[in-house]
Design a protein around this ligand. Structure first.
Ligand code: LLP
Length: 407
């Protein structure tokens, strides 16, 4: 990210602050987030598609500060639980700029969404049409459609193909539309789809945009909105290309304009692509064994390698060394062989206990996916901007961990 680079003595700067200083002040493991980089990426989406609504997918990094920054930049926020909704509301995100998602919305979720007055609720099933309809009065809704487009990403984060659990299959959309239009509790504002996450294929989005536009054109009423979801890939390893946002914009605009005489207002829901590359996690090396470097964090702060086979790099911070590079695997402290943070990375062979390691691209789905496995407290989230660092979410203590255990 910007403001990141080399400093004296092998140290690295993060948003203008030396990583060794950040580790000394906040402890390790510790998740760093570059505020300016988050804002810059939000603005890049707005600049690429100024006519669209950009809604940050809150699940990627649900915390008040991030919601506040992005709301101040003019973004909407997409939430998918009463918890994320509460976080967005307490960050001051206006309710009308909140979209509520999810394939399972409990009665509590729906009540919270309706009583907060969220701008749009994204309907996912026939049951939900009735459940929400009974609670609401003219609630603006989008209907989530499975466009049956393969985004060519990891199976666990593929959502646009027929036969998975989210949304309405194409064939059932007319019936869902009819039911929503007939329901006094609901007002049809548009259609939604989300084809997957860490998607690199612009062609997949183009196909989804085309199919969704055709559906929109065939509706018995005119609706104002087409939400094409998120999923834009972030580069994790050196040499990986960033998502082709300019190409994407050109092709979805063309598809929508070609299919619709009066094009709808577009919404995009980027999560990862706004925050992933703005984050770095710092770890302390605890022990080194042949082929392994074991650190003080692990799958409790980053389960992504275990869940999706995700790859990361790692680099030594805070000292210069001329030692030869060796292929090593950075592993965590948890009691599983799958507790890997960065497989087969090049690290100096003199790496030793007490060294500091930085793992980049940890801004998305790290804080969000962290757990208390082995009753290890979750790391803090530290915001850094123009050489100033502050705690956004504090480290979890043993007291926090035991608080709910009332047996
Ligand atoms: N909109 C909807 C309806 C979604 O379900 C998601 C992500 C997004 C937008 C944002 O997708 P993004 O732009 O962040 O890719 N835990 C996984 C990712 C799960 C994504 C779930 N839905 C991971 O760590 O890779």
């Amino acid at each position: 990210p910007a403001g990141t680079g080399f400093a004296a003595g092998g140290d690295l700067l993060f948003a203008g602050v030396a990583m060794t200083q950040l580790a000394a002040r906040f402890g390790t493991p510790c998740q760093l987030l570059d505020e300016n980089e988050v804002r810059r990426r939000a603005r890049a989406f707005q600049a690429a598609l100024p006519e669209a609504e950009i809604a940050f997918a809150g699940k990627a990094l649900p915390c008040r500060a991030v919601f506040r920054w992005l709301s101040a930049e003019g973004l909407s926020v997409d939430v998918c639980s009463a918890g994320e909704l509460a976080c967005a509301l307490s960050a001051g995100v206006p309710a009308e700029r909140i979209l509520f998602h999810g394939n399972v919305k409990t009665a509590e979720d729906l009540k919270a969404a309706v009583s907060a007055g969220v701008g749009r609720i994204v309907l996912d099933s026939f049951d939900e049409i009735e459940q929400l309809g009974a609670l609401a009065i003219a609630q603006p809704v989008l209907i989530r459609v499975i466009p049956d487009v393969d985004a060519h990403t990891h199976p666990a984060i593929t959502t646009g193909t027929a036969g998975q659990k989210f949304g309405f299959p194409l064939g059932s959309v007319p019936r869902a539309v009819e039911r929503v239009l007939a329901h006094p509790g609901l007002r049809l504002a548009g259609l939604h789809c989300h084809i997957g996450s860490q998607v690199r294929s612009v062609a997949a989005y183009e196909e989804a945009a085309r199919r969704m536009s055709r559906l929109l054109r065939a509706l018995p009423v005119r609706v104002e909105q087409l939400d094409l979801g998120g999923g834009f890939a972030a580069p994790y390893l050196p040499g990986e290309r960033p998502f082709d946002l300019a190409g994407f914009v050109q092709r979805i605009r063309a598809a929508v304009n070609y299919e619709c005489a009066r094009p709808p207002k577009l919404t995009l829901e980027p999560g990862r692509s706004i925050v992933a590359n703005a984050g770095v996690t710092l770890y302390r090396v605890i022990t080194v064994k042949p082929g392994f470097v074991a650190v003080d964090g692990g799958m409790s702060d980053n389960p992504r390698p275990a869940l999706y086979g995700a790859r990361y790099t790692a680099r030594l911070v805070g000292r210069h060394t001329r030692a030869k590079r060796r292929t090593m695997t950075v592993v965590g402290r948890h009691c599983e062989a799958g507790d890997i943070l960065a497989a087969d990375v090049q690290l100096p062979e003199d790496i030793h206990a007490g060294d500091l390691l930085a793992v980049p691209v940890t801004g998305a789905y790290h804080h969000a996916l962290a757990s208390n496995y082995n009753l290890v407290g979750r790391p803090p989230l530290i915001g850094v901007r123009d050489g100033e660092a502050r705690t956004l979410v504090r480290r979890e203590t043993e007291e926090d961990l035991l608080r709910r255990d009332v047996g």
